[in-house]
Design a protein around this ligand. Structure first.
Ligand SMILES: [Zn+2]
Length: 465
C-alpha cells in the first residue's frame, strides 16, 4: 500500500464518461475458452525449441473460432547468433489427429536474420501441453519444439500493453455491480451512476446451494464494499492489488483480504465458473483479440502521436490492462503505481475503433503521460496570474486521445472516426460545453504543426477563464 501513489491515482481519475449502457455479454461471446475437448487452451504458453540454435518463445493463443486459431509468438534465440521477433500466427486444430498447425504471417520488431515459419505440434494433457512439435517451411532451418500452457490471466501482449482476463478480478467487479443493483432495487440510495447488469434474471433463477452462496457473497459486498468507490477508495485499491496477484484462485491466497470476504468469494467462485465466467471470459478475450489486431496496425503511430502531443513519455511498458465484463460506471478506470487499467469488455463505447481510444485515453492518465502537459498548462495560466480551471487537463486528454485515433485511422484510410467525447456527449456537458470549442482550435493547430505547444497553451489560457 503506497498512500502517495494512491493520491496520484486519485488525481488522475477518470472523471467523465457516459452513463449506464445496455450491454449483452452473451452476444459478444464469439470466442470461448476450450472446455475439455483436448484442443489447446487459449492464453500464454512457454515454448522451447531447437533448430541448429536453441530458442525460446512466449506463445499467446488469442482467439479460437471452431477449430481456427490466431495469436502471436514472441521469440528469441538462446544460443548462437542473436535473433528475436514478434510473429503473428494463424492456424487450425484437427480434432481427429489432435494436431495444431500454425503459420507465421509476418514478423515485426525483428532482430537478426529471421523469417516466418510453419509450426505443427500435438495437443496433450487436456489441452495444456503441445508435444512433438516441428517447424520449417521456406528458408527456415527445420527444428523441433514443445510448449506448456501457463496458469496466468495474461491473454496477449503488445509492445505497450499487457492484456488480462482474470477470473477473481472479474468476479469481484461482478459481485460489486450485482450488489449495487440489488440495493437500488430495494430503494436504497447508492452512489455513482447505475451500471446495467444484464444477468440479474439469471441470478434470480439460481436455486439451492448455488443461490445461498451467491446471495451471501452479494450481501457481503452490499454491507461492506458498495459504499466504496472502485477508483478512489484506499481499501478498494488494496483489494485490486491483492486479487490481481492471485493467478490460481484454487490455491493459496495472500494475507490482507478480510476473512469474511475470502469466504464469500470462495463460496461464490464455483457458481461464477458454472454460470457466468465462460461468457465473461469469452467477451474479454474477444475484445482483446480485436484490440490486438488494431494495435498491430496502429500502435506505434498512436503512441508517438500521444507522447509528442503531451511532451511526455509512455509509462514503463507494458501497461497492464484487465478486461472485466463490468468495470465501474464510466466503463474504464486507471490507477497508478504502476499504471493499471480496468476496462469493461461489454461496454459498447469501448468497442470497435473506440477500443484504441479507450486504451490510449486510460494510459494518458499516468503521470508520465499527462504530467508534463499539466505542468505546461499551469505555467501558461501562471503567466497571466491565474490557475487553470478544474479538470481542464482532462478535456485536453479527451481531445488528444480522440484526435490521435482519428488522425491515425485517417492516415490508414479509415475516415470518419468520431471522438468518444462527442459520441458520449462528454464535450457537451457542464463547463466543458463552453471550453471545448475554445480549446479545440488552438490545440488542433498545434497538432497540425502550425504553432508550438507553448503558443497553443497561451492562447487557451487567454480564451478560457
Ligand atoms: Zn479520463
Amino acid at each position: 500500500m503506497q498512500p502517495f501513489l494512491l493520491v496520484s491515482a486519485a488525481l488522475f481519475a477518470l472523471q467523465a464518461g457516459s452513463p449506464a449502457r445496455e450491454a449483452a455479454p452473451a452476444e459478444r461471446s464469439q470466442v470461448a475458452q476450450p472446455k475439455s475437448d483436448g484442443a489447446p487452451r487459449l492464453g500464454r504458453w512457454k515454448v522451447v525449441g531447437r533448430s541448429g540454435r536453441d530458442w525460446e518463445a512466449t506463445l499467446f493463443l488469442l482467439r479460437r473460432e471452431d477449430d481456427a486459431y490466431s495469436g502471436h509468438l514472441l521469440w528469441r534465440t538462446t544460443s548462437g547468433a542473436e535473433a528475436s521477433g514478434r510473429e503473428a500466427v494463424t492456424g487450425t486444430f484437427d480434432q481427429g489427429t489432435r494436431l495444431l498447425a500454425l503459420s507465421g504471417r509476418e514478423i515485426v520488431d525483428a532482430v537478426g536474420n529471421i523469417t516466418h515459419a510453419e509450426y505443427r505440434a500435438r495437443s496433450e494433457d487436456d489441452g495444456r501441453s503441445l508435444v512433438e512439435g516441428t517447424w520449417g517451411g521456406g528458408s527456415v532451418v527445420p527444428g523441433t519444439w514443445s510448449a506448456v500452457w501457463e496458469r496466468t490471466s495474461e491473454a496477449a501482449r503488445t509492445p505497450s500493453f499487457s492484456f488480462h482476463s482474470h477470473e477473481l478480478y472479474n468476479l469481484h467487479h461482478f459481485l460489486y455491480q450485482c450488489a449495487k443493483s440489488a440495493a437500488r432495487r430495494d430503494g436504497e440510495r447508492v452512489a455513482g451512476r447505475p451500471v446495467t447488469v444484464v444477468e440479474l434474471d439469471a441470478v434470480d433463477a439460481l436455486e439451492g446451494d448455488e443461490r445461498y452462496a451467491w446471495l451471501a457473497a452479494v450481501d457481503y459486498y452490499r454491507r461492506e464494499l458498495i459504499a466504496l468507490d472502485l477508483l478512489f477508495d484506499r481499501r478498494m485499491y488494496a483489494l485490486k492489488q491483492l486479487l490481481t496477484g492471485i493467478e490460481d484462485a484454487d490455491g493459496e491466497w495472500p494475507a490482507g483480504i478480510e476473512e469474511e470476504h475470502v469466504l464469500a468469494l470462495r463460496a461464490a467462485l464455483p457458481v461464477y465458473r458454472a454460470r457466468f465466467w465462460p461468457a465473461h471470459d469469452a467477451a474479454n478475450r474477444g475484445w482483446i483479440a480485436t484490440a490486438v489486431d488494431a494495435l498491430e496496425r496502429h500502435e506505434a503511430e498512436l503512441v508517438e502521436r500521444m507522447t509528442s502531443a503531451y511532451g511526455g513519455s509512455w509509462p514503463p511498458p507494458p501497461v497492464r490492462v484487465d478486461l472485466c465484463a463490468y468495470a465501474n460506471w464510466a466503463g474504464a478506470y486507471t490507477t497508478g503505481g504502476p499504471a493499471h487499467v480496468t476496462l469493461s469488455s461489454t461496454d459498447a463505447d469501448n468497442g470497435g475503433h473506440g477500443a484504441l481510444e479507450t486504451l490510449v485515453h486510460e494510459a494518458s492518465h499516468t503521470p508520465e503521460m499527462i504530467g508534463a502537459l499539466r505542468d505546461a498548462l499551469a505555467a501558461a495560466y501562471a503567466a497571466r496570474g491565474a490557475e487553470p480551471p478544474d479538470d481542464l487537463w482532462h478535456l485536453f486528454l479527451f481531445v488528444t486521445a480522440g484526435e490521435s485515433v482519428r488522425r491515425t485511422l485517417a492516415g490508414a484510410g479509415v475516415e470518419g472516426y468520431v471522438h468518444y467525447g462527442e459520441r458520449a456527449g462528454v464535450y457537451a456537458r457542464g463547463a466543458w460545453a463552453g471550453q471545448f470549442p475554445l480549446l479545440l482550435e488552438p490545440w488542433t493547430a498545434f497538432l497540425d504543426g502550425e504553432i508550438n505547444r507553448a503558443t497553443a497553451l497561451a492562447r487557451i489560457a487567454e480564451a478560457i477563464d
